[in-house]
Design a protein around this ligand. Sequence first.
Ligand SMILES: N[C@@H](CCC(=O)N[C@@H](CSC=O)C(=O)NCC(=O)O)C(=O)O
Length: 282
Amino acid sequence: MLPIETIAERPCFGGVQGTYRVASQACATPMRFSVFRPPQAEVRRVPVVYCLAGLECNEETFMIKAGAQRYAAEFGLMLVSPDTSPREVRIPGDDESWDFGLGAGFYVDAVQAPWSAHYRMQSFVADELPRVVAANFPGNVDRQSILGHSMGGHGALVCALRYPERYRAVSAFAPIVAPSQVPWGEKAFAKFFGDDKRVWAANDATALAATSVFSGEILIDQGLDDKFLRTQLLPYKFVVACEGTRIAPRLREHAGYDHSYWFIQTFIADHLRCHADRLYRD
Ligand SMILES: N[C@@H](CCC(=O)N[C@@H](CSC=O)C(=O)NCC(=O)O)C(=O)O
């Protein structure tokens, strides 16, 4: 059993928006997450979309800022958004910078001490959360998908490329696609993984593209006025890495849009419609 504590629940678009806490075995510390139950979940189990937020965010950021619930209610999708790092256990150095540690767990399983004791966000998202959802909510975890923004886009892509059998769809907003090659990722991976470049590659969407058996389209939206585009995100590297594979990135570039949730709000309906199409397909 994976019992949860309810922190708050409120009506939203005919469904319920809630924040919860679970004693995570993966992270060996309590973890928070939020869930939107659409109205359809009153009478049946509904497909589940995991929504991964970016640096400095928490389990509420995507739910409050993305404007996703209106569409999830329309399409019959449960939304699940985890916190972006452990918080109730502290590790020296976890708050020294905004792009590593607290609020910046990078959705990977650290292998290097001291981080490896608790920073196991990939196991939390890909293994444990589905079991938590199945045990406590009317979500159908045989029909799951995943999306994310920035660091969360990296997390979504890596989860889908590593575990394609678990997700029927994946998409991303302004994802970090090649963490091994950009400052945010280099800093985090050095601390989480040390020098073992095989572990780096196993957690890097651009490196994984050549070997993943994932097949299908991946919608990626990118604002062209995003201040992180040319230094941290580099979506074109992923597009090139997918050439000759069965992964089909559909990169849409949007003049004038930046890295913010205003950008995400603008295109979230397209993402959830794509996810619903695949989640409700036979
Ligand atoms: N403090 C930073 C900016 C942090 C930031 O922009 N975070 C993004 C995600 S970045 C990649 O993962 C975010 O989603 N923030 C929440 C929001 O509400 O916008 C700086 O100094 O630039």
